[in-house]
Design a protein around this ligand. Structure first.
Ligand code: ZN
Length: 314
């Protein structure tokens, strides 16, 4: 049975008052709690790659509360590295550090999660996808078993090219690498990553129907919040949550996918005899390619005509 892995990068993202994590807007929350509710409704266990590198309170407390909320809801909590605040504010991305420094950063983050939640994370995704060849060495040296930083769509991702050449999973230096699923637009020739909000529903369905295994879906803790702020989306039908429910339904009932957390997927692969499953990026048909352009144009129009009250988060 193929696997769909729902991943969320949970982070402050430079927004004040913990808004990147909590997304308070017009008396409601559209951040982590909203995501946890959506996943509960959909019966989906997700993996939250969570940034824990704040220097001090109040940001640190926000990150701790986020980790605790993810674990309390029964989801998979793993490490996301935006190391600047805790290490060197001039070097915001992991790839700016040496292999030895990266290993120290990974251990530091894992230890923070252990202090807060009682267990050591074993999987990682670099902030901005900004991993480097040194990250492979650092992960192996610091006890991590899997990494989800590979993303062929991102210019910041500097992992070895063999990890950026398709979808699936590979083992490199004893670490299992599982890239963010990408597709090539058959109309424009450009690569796309599978992001719930950035992709059209037709693109999401296309990937599932092409039987990529695993499919790694990307979301962020602030995505629904920004949809509401930017677009004035006032109902779940408009903010991407209906799209997520439809995706889960089509994955399970239309394409036979099992929706699993990254930890469960990695455990299953490391127990199997296979050492790799790798396929070329699927190329969309022209209609699916056009759906991407229409989706992007629709978002731009929504921004242009949004209600002024929606411009200011509260
Ligand atoms: Zn991030």
């Amino acid at each position: 049975m193929p696997s769909l892995i729902v991943t969320v990068d949970a982070e402050l993202s430079g927004l004040a008052d913990g808004q990147g994590l909590w997304g308070k807007f017009e008396g409601r929350e559209y951040g982590l709690q909203y995501l946890l509710g959506l996943f509960a409704d959909s019966g989906a266990k997700a993996t939250f790659f969570t940034d824990v590198y704040a220097k001090a309170d109040p940001d640190l407390s926000h990150q701790q509360r986020a980790c605790e909320a993810v674990v309390a809801a029964g989801h998979d909590l793993q490490l996301h590295t935006h190391p600047g605040p805790a290490f060197d504010p001039a070097r915001t991305q992991l790839r700016a550090y040496s292999a030895v420094e990266q290993a120290a950063i990974l251990r530091f983050g894992a230890e923070r999660i252990r202090e807060w939640c009682g267990y050591l994370p074993s999987m990682h995704r670099a902030g901005d996808w900004a991993a480097s060849p040194a990250t492979v060495t650092a992960l192996a040296a610091s006890g991590f078993t899997a990494d989800f930083s590979a993303c062929a769509w991102s210019r910041a991702c500097g992992l070895p090219t063999q990890l950026l050449s398709g979808n699936g999973w590979q083992v490199c230096d004893g670490v299992l690498f599982c890239p963010a699923t990408c597709i090539r637009n058959g109309l424009t020739g450009k690569l796309r990553r599978l992001d719930l909000h950035a992709c059209s529903s037709r693109e999401l369905d296309f990937v599932l129907a092409s039987h990529c295994d695993p499919v790694v879906l990307v979301m962020h803790s602030f995505s629904f919040f920004l949809e509401h702020v930017r677009f004035g989306a006032t109902s779940p039908a408009n903010d991407g949550s209906a799209k997520f429910r439809a995706l889960c339904d089509y994955a399970r009932n239309g394409c036979g996918y099992d929706i699993v957390a990254a930890a469960d997927f990695v455990r299953r692969q490391t127990q199997s005899a296979e050492r790799e499953a790798w396929t070329a990026f699927p190329v969309t048909d022209l209609l699916t390619g056009a759906s991407r352009l229409l989706h992007a144009a629709g978002r731009r129009l929504k921004i242009k005509f949004r209600s002024p009250r929606c411009c200011h988060p509260s």
